[in-house]
Structures are given as structure tokens and as C-alpha cells.
Design a protein around this ligand. Structure first.
Ligand code: SDX
Length: 435
């Protein structure tokens, strides 16, 4: 009768061991009993970049990379993008269920009434150079918020966690808008509580001298869908960073500053900005074959393509492509889309990409839409960070309550110099005068 165990034979001494298989994994700590002598530390796993290591159990997001499936709390991303708002999805990620109408009303009221920033935070943002990258402003200001809410350190108090979660989701939009206004030398626009989350974000970005900002419903809905698509993605680099920093019982503001710093990397959330640079470098459809040649020679990567988990089309990229058409109806068609579509068509016929299962990911089309909406490329990752706050906080909240979790502290394989002493400095030999 088959058993859910792994039998391991150590060929160094012929001993065999049984390791239970649970949910398709074995516990790495079970390998430590594999020793060749009593003082042997035991066997560890070696897994650079955690390519094949589960760091936690989670109920939040499920991805099937081969089938191109993404689900938040069991709902397909396509369903959520079609039927929900970003705030409803943020509630789902955090609390496990979509809000009832009353919960939706209360949640929206809570978030709406926490969008204001402490005036000292505005002054802090004023201190940045006029051309400071908005991600540098966001990371720094998130960390600064931990000084405004020192009670956030009480991470074991559920009510306190809830209060900080509401503040962070609400203020992410304000921080992002203020960094945008600072870059453009425009006065900050205070939140307008008559508007929903995304319309208010647009108000804080783009209101000028008109008495009341009126958001384009098409652009507002497109942004809301983009927020839903970017809200969580299980144990990606930035969510893992949020969990690792949070495992030291650091407050959620400082933890999220670290997560946002990870997202800023060009291989992670910074890729959408790199995609725009790539499309501008290509310049026209006729230059695509030569660009692809450089990619295949290993000189450059095709930004917005490939994924650690998806070995099929990223379902978010498919939805974003559809959103692009709706946005361009309002903003006018963008020739970068033509280059991107032709680049995708050519790449998906080329064995280099097919054999490596490289498909467009969430970043391939999002930048084109953001640019058409009027954002500069250096704002794109900030637009990724706003909704990912919900995912980071859901993962952090789950980690804090997980009895199996403790401070993250991996091991290493030491390959350095074994042991040596400091030899007393030899007297410098007296200068020998020649001649
Ligand atoms: C996000 O993890 C998440 O969930 C992230 C994210 C989220 O929502 O949080 O989905 C958001 O970060 C999306 C990814 C955005 N990044 C990019 O678009 C940057 C370009 N993509 C690559 O850098 C790369 O595909 C990664 C980083 C996304 C994934 O890299 P892996 O899993 O480490 O894969 P790899 O680098 O080992 O590549 C395997 C092979 C290599 O070729 P060989 O050495 O076998 O010859 O594929 C090649 C790579 O050179 N390859 C690419 C490529 N991506 C991988 N070749 C050209 N262009 C690319 N984009």
C-alpha cells in the first residue's frame, strides 16, 4: 500500500530515512536527521533564489503557472476584474470573503476617511529634489509614516493591525499622487471624499483650477481593473520581502517600505517602466527583427516577457490587452501598442521564446496604458505598488497569525577561507641602499 513518505538512502553509509510528504512537500528540517556521525550538522537543502522552496502555507492567492490560472481566495482573476472594484478585491484578499453591501459601505467609508496625510509628511515630500524618482519618494515616505504612527509596532494587537492596514491602503494613493504632483511642481490636491477610491486618486493627480474634478468613467474603470490585476501574486519577490521583514516583528510601515523597494527592481515591478524604454528604443515595427536578434544572442532581455511561475500566458496580460483597447478609445491609439502587438506576435512564433516558455507578463501591456493615460514611465511602478499594498498587507497579516512562522533566517553553504591567524606584522626590512 503506497505511503505519503519519501524513502532516502544515504549512499555514504547505507542508512535509509523516511520523510513524510505533506501537500507535495517534505519538511527541510526532516533532512537534518541525515547524518554520517553524531556531530554531523545533517543535510540541508540548497536553493538559490528559492526556485523550489515553499516558505509558507497561504490561503490568499493560487497560481497555476502551466495553465495560466490566477485566483484570489478561489475567485478567478477574470471574474473579479469583470464584477468587482479594487476596494472589494482588497477586502477579499485581507478578510477572505467579498464584502456584503453593508461591509462594502463601511469599508469604503473607512478607507475614504483615512486618505489624508499628516502635514509633516507633505513637508517631507517637499524635501525631495524636483526630479526625484517617485519610487524613491514612496519607499522613503512609507518608512517615514512609521514615525507618525508609532503604535503600529504593536503588531500582535488585531485591532491595531486593522487600523494600520486601513491607513496604508488609503494613503498609498495619496502618497503616489503627491509624489506625482511634486515631480510636476504642482500644488498638492487634497482628497475629495465624494469620489470613489480610483476617481479620488485621479482627482489628487490631475485636478487643476476647476472647482470639482470630474473623472473620465472609462479611465477610472480601467485604472480600477489594473489595480485589481496587480493586487496580489502569492510569494513574489516583494511579498516575500514583506513577510521576511515582518517576521522580525517590524511594524507594517517599515515592512512595506522594504516590499516597495523590492518591487522597484527592473526584474520585478520596475519592468513596466523598462518595457516603455524598450518600445521607444525599438521605435518602429521594422526594427523588431533586429531587436529580437539581440535578445536571442543574450545581449538584452525582452522586458515584460517571461515569469518564474507562468509558463503559459499571464492571465493578467490578456485582460490588460483588452483594457488597452477601451482606454485608447478615449485617449487615442498609441503606436507603441502596434509595436508591442507585433513584438508579441513575432516572439511567440520564435523557438527561442517558445522553448523557454516566455510569454507576455503583467508588465508587458500595462505601461502602454499608463503612458496613454498621461503618466510618465517613472510613475508606472508606483501604480503597481498602490494596489499591491493590499496583497502585501494580506500576506503580512497571514504571516503574523501563522503559528508556524518565526523570524526568517536561512542557512548558507560556507565556501570561504577555513581558519587563519593574524601574523604579527613583520618589521619592514631596513631599506637596502643600493649602489
Ligand atoms: C513581475 O513573481 C511574480 O509573481 C512577479 C509578478 C507579480 O505580480 O508580483 O508577476 C510581477 O515581476 C513580472 C515579471 C516582470 N519582469 C520582467 O518582465 C523582466 C523580464 N523577465 C525576466 O527577467 C525573467 O523572465 C523573470 C525575472 C521574470 C523570471 O526569471 P527566471 O524565472 O529567473 O527565469 P530565468 O532568468 O532563469 O530564465 C530562464 C531562461 C534563461 O535563458 P537560458 O539561460 O536558459 O538560456 O529564459 C531566459 C533566460 O535568459 N529569459 C529571457 C527572459 N526571461 C527569461 N530571455 C529574454 N527575455 C526575457 N524576458
Amino acid at each position: 500500500m503506497s505511503k505519503d513518505t519519501l524513502t532516502i538512502t544515504d549512499q555514504r553509509n547505507g542508512k535509509t530515512y523516511e520523510a513524510p510528504i505533506e501537500l507535495g512537500t517534505i519538511r527541510a528540517m526532516d533532512l537534518r536527521k541525515i547524518k554520517t556521525s553524531p556531530d554531523d550538522f545533517g543535510v540541508m537543502t540548497y536553493d538559490p533564489a528559492f526556485m523550489n522552496t515553499a516558505s509558507c502555507k497561504s490561503n490568499i492567492t493560487f497560481i497555476d503557472g502551466d495553465k495560466g490560472i490566477l485566483r484570489y481566495r478561489g475567485y478567478d482573476i477574470e471574474t473579479l476584474a469583470e464584477h468587482c472594484t479594487y476596494l472589494q478585491v482588497a477586502y477579499l484578499l485581507l478578510y477572505g470573503e467579498l464584502p456584503t453591501p453593508q461591509q462594502d459601505k463601511d469599508w469604503t467609508w473607512e478607507i475614504t476617511h483615512h486618505t489624508m496625510l499628516h502635514e509633516t509628511t507633505k513637508t517631507f515630500i517637499d524635501g525631495f529634489r524636483y526630479d526625484a524618482h517617485p519610487m524613491g519618494i514612496l519607499v522613503s515616505t512609507l518608512a517615514a509614516l512609521s514615525t507618525v504612527y508609532p503604535e503600529a509596532k504593536n503588531i500582535h494587537d488585531p485591532e491595531n493591525r486593522q487600523k494600520q492596514i486601513v491607513r496604508l491602503i488609503a494613503k498609498m494613493a495619496t502618497l503616489a499622487a503627491y509624489s506625482y504632483r511634486h515631480r510636476r511642481g504642482h500644488p498638492y490636491v487634497y482628497p475629495d471624499n465624494d469620489l470613489n477610491y480610483t476617481e479620488n486618486f485621479m482627482n489628487m493627480l490631475w485636478k487643476m483650477t476647476e472647482p470639482k474634478y470630474m473623472a473620465s468613467p472609462v479611465i477610472a474603470r480601467a485604472l480600477d481593473v489594473l489595480f485589481i490585476l496587480h493586487a496580489d501574486h502569492e510569494q513574489n519577490c516583494s511579498s516575500t520581502t514583506m513577510r521576511v521583514i515582518g517576521s522580525a516583528q517590524t511594524d507594517p510601515y517599515l515592512s512595506m517600505a522594504g516590499a516597495a523597494a523590492a518591487l522597484a527592481g527592473p526584474l520585478h515591478g520596475g519592468a513596466n517602466e523598462e518595457v516603455l524604454k524598450m518600445l521607444d528604443e525599438i521605435g518602429s515595427v521594422k526594427n523588431i527583427p533586429n531587436y529580437i536578434k539581440r535578445v536571442k544572442e543574450g545581449e538584452i532581455k525582452l522586458m515584460g516577457f517571461g515569469h518564474r511561475v507562468y509558463k503559459n500566458y499571464d492571465p493578467r496580460a490578456r485582460i490588460i490587452k483588452a483594457v488597452a483597447d477601451e482606454v485608447f478609445e478615449v485617449t487615442g491609439r498609441n503606436e507603441r501598442l502596434d509595436i508591442a502587438l507585433e513584438l508579441e506576435r513575432i516572439a511567440l512564433q520564435d523557438d527561442y521564446f517558445v522553448s523557454r516558455k516566455l510569454y507576455p507578463n503583467v508588465d508587458f501591456y500595462s505601461g502602454i496604458i499608463y503612458q496613454a493615460m498621461g503618466f510618465q514611465p517613472d510613475m508606472f511602478t508606483v501604480l503597481f505598488a498602490i494596489p499591491r499594498a493590499a496583497g502585501w498587507l494580506a500576506q503580512w497579516n497571514e504571516m503574523v497569525q501563522d503559528p508556524e512562522q518565526k523570524i526568517a533566517r536561512p542557512r548558507q553553504i560556507y565556501t570561504g577561507i577555513d581558519h587563519r591567524q593574524i601574523i604579527a606584522k613583520q618589521e619592514e626590512p631596513a631599506e637596502v641602499k643600493v649602489g
